[in-house]
Design a protein around this ligand. Sequence first.
Ligand SMILES: [Zn+2]
Ligand SMILES: [Zn+2]
Length: 240
Amino acid sequence: MSISYVDPMWGTVDRVHFLRISKHFTCNCQRCSDPTELSTHVSSIRCQQAGCLVNSNKAKGLIAPEQTEEKEWKCNSCNEIYPPVYFMSIVEKAGRELEKLHQKYGNIEAEEEFLRKFGKILSPNHFYLLEVKLGLAQIYGRTQDEPLPILSPKKLCRKLQLCEELLSVFDVLLPGTLLLWNFIFIKKKHSIVHFRLQSFKSPHPLRKTGSYGCFFQDEESSGRDLLPETQGGAHCKQIK
Ligand SMILES: [Zn+2]
Ligand SMILES: [Zn+2]
């Protein structure tokens, strides 16, 4: 049995620092001792070597912060070594931009732009990106002009994708009993329900094809491009 004194969404550096100054101990749990944080890479950045940039994913082409500066901080694919100071400067820059973004809370376009921009230099599961994704997963379908029942299929797919991405990290880092996990799980279910409801309301109903077929027929830019590997993606990819 374990109790977390600190926000599990923070990266190791922040958690360890907080515990040292507030609780006066150094945590040696499995996650805190592992630079990859149980292979989630929530504190890692992306390698900028050309080959790695093309092929990097949630597990590869990433640099995890070592616990000391004496160790080499290197890419887990090409072994390129990165100076810790470079690593920190990237994370600090993202942190400053995120603070500016907080002043625009609810601005979907600004939040998506942050994900696009910093998705190129931070690990896909980096805690700064997770924070923005968590906000976005809630905002989609809750704006005045586009409440969930009339949310466009493309945005509905995006909401689902965000829920899937968050869940894949929470499954590892947060025990299933935590409120946050349940919250996202419920949100995801909620989205799926509305997804189905909408498909029945569409002019080409689901029951004709037994799948989500036709649902996006008239959408020039549908959500299927957005969702390569997630379960939500599978829903959208069934549409031919
Ligand atoms: Zn720990
Ligand atoms: Zn690399």
